[in-house]
Design a protein around this ligand. Structure first.
Ligand code: PEP
Length: 251
């Protein structure tokens, strides 16, 4: 059994209003999950309220995005320091919706990843292939290219790096990767991290699975040797289902 504490994070995306966000956060905190690190990433505008709702609990507050500059004339953007000011401790980069819907280029993802890590937050860096890339046998090469975005982040602490493997074809589609498909890519990611750093470093990085994870499939996926939790979209919007996923991650 691995010594890595599983990490299950809810990505609320552009959902909830303020009252719903606060209620959902309170319900997740009341769930009092043990043995699994739990986090939620609400919309930016509700970070402060959700942070207050989580006060005193072990649930981590996360951000779905960030800008890489520290401050200045960047209309509409939010810096790492601003996130930290609200109690944020982890931040996503490279989510497939930012890459493929919002058209964020790899160069920008790499700058954001570096800013998150260098700013002292835990970096949750998302990688994953589109269905046509999987069909063309390019899954591992695509993931390697997205891992290479970490090059400029000068990461030394494996505890502050989390990789989320999220096959694009599984996100929000109800079609999750099988346990074996997930494990194959997770093992590849860990080996790749070992090449980029070293084996000891790689063994300490948590690798989450994301893509239609829900209570029915969470146990099977998180029982795989290289799956250390999940990044949960749709199923994180209802406390009961999300807590069931979190508890499925207990060893
Ligand atoms: C996600 O957006 O990170 C995600 C995994 O979404 P879903 O669980 O809805 O597939």
């Amino acid at each position: 059994m691995s010594s890595r504490t599983p990490f299950v994070a809810g990505n609320w995306k552009m959902n909830t209003n303020k009252a719903q966000a606060v209620e959902l956060a309170r319900a997740v905190a009341r769930g009092n999950v043990v043995g699994v690190q739990v986090g939620v990433a609400p919309p930016f505008v509700y970070l402060d309220a959700v942070g207050q709702a989580l006060a005193g609990s072990s649930v981590l507050l996360g951000a779905q995005d960030v800008y890489f500059e520290k401050n200045g004339a960047f209309t509409g953007e939010v810096s790492v320091e601003m996130l930290k000011d609200l109690g944020v401790t982890f931040c996503l980069t490279g989510h497939s919706e930012r890459r493929h819907v919002i058209q964020e280029p790899s160069e920008l993802v790499a700058k954001k990843a570096a800013a998150v890590y260098k700013g002292g937050l835990t970096l949750v860096h998302c990688v994953g292939e589109k269905i046509e890339q999987r069909d063309a046998g390019q899954t591992l090469a695509v993931c390697q290219g997205q891992l290479d975005e970490l090059d400029r982040a000068s990461i030394t602490d494996p505890g502050r790096l989390v990789i989320a493997y999220e096959p694009v074809w599984a996100i929000g589609t109800g079609r999750n990767a099988t346990d074996d498909q997930a494990q194959e890519v997770h093992a590849f990611v860990r080996t790749a991290l070992g090449r980029m750093w070293n084996k000891d470093f790689a063994d300490r990085v948590r690798i989450q699975y994301g893509g239609s994870m829900k209570p029915e499939n969470a146990k099977g996926l998180m029982s795989q040797p290289d799956v250390d939790g999940g990044l949960i979209g749709g199923a994180s919007l209802k406390a009961d289902g999300f807590l069931a996923v979190c508890n499925a991650g207990r060893m």
